[in-house]
Design a protein around this ligand. Structure first.
Ligand code: RB5
Length: 141
């Protein structure tokens, strides 16, 4: 699967962990940065990943910052983006089954790398249920 991934400095270390996992799983990755622990502005990276998903250049996106909150807020400003902040397997699976989330957001300062890897595996392997959930996401303005 083609996946766009981005982080700010607060999510940089976890992005490196997730990049290794995605490579191991054989995904095609576009890492939009950041590329160091230098302080940057998270909306810039949320915008780059969201634009790739909206255009279809990436099927899904992953965004990581300190809490995951700023990234999810910024990504959800883009029409057609359903960014979900996940902190465990329940939110990871529900965000796909019920919300058809197309961007996964996580907070490096909130969850550990093991939980984050589990979230990514579940999120990428869980399908949207459609039906009434399709109607509901169709009501988004
Ligand atoms: C950066 O210090 C921090 O504010 C950012 O990573 C994120 O948590 C914002 O929501």
């Amino acid at each position: 699967m083609k996946i766009a991934i981005g982080s700010d400095h607060g999510g940089f270390a976890l992005k490196e962990v997730i990049l290794s996992l995605l490579q191991e799983l054989g995904h095609e990755i576009n890492d939009v940065g950041c590329y160091s622990l230098n302080s940057v502005d998270y909306p810039d990276f949320a915008d780059m990943v969201a634009e790739q998903v909206v255009k279809g250049d990436a099927e899904k996106g992953i965004l990581i910052c300190g809490t995951g909150i700023g990234m999810s807020m910024a990504a959800n400003k883009h029409h057609g983006i359903r960014a979900a902040l996940c902190n465990g397997h329940y939110t990871a699976s529900m965000s796909r089954e019920h919300n058809d989330a197309n961007i996964l957001c996580m907070g490096e300062r909130v969850i550990g790398p093991g939980v984050a890897e589990e979230i990514v595996r579940i999120w990428l392997n869980t399908s949207f249920e459609g039906g009434r959930h399709q109607r509901r996401i169709g009501l988004f303005s």
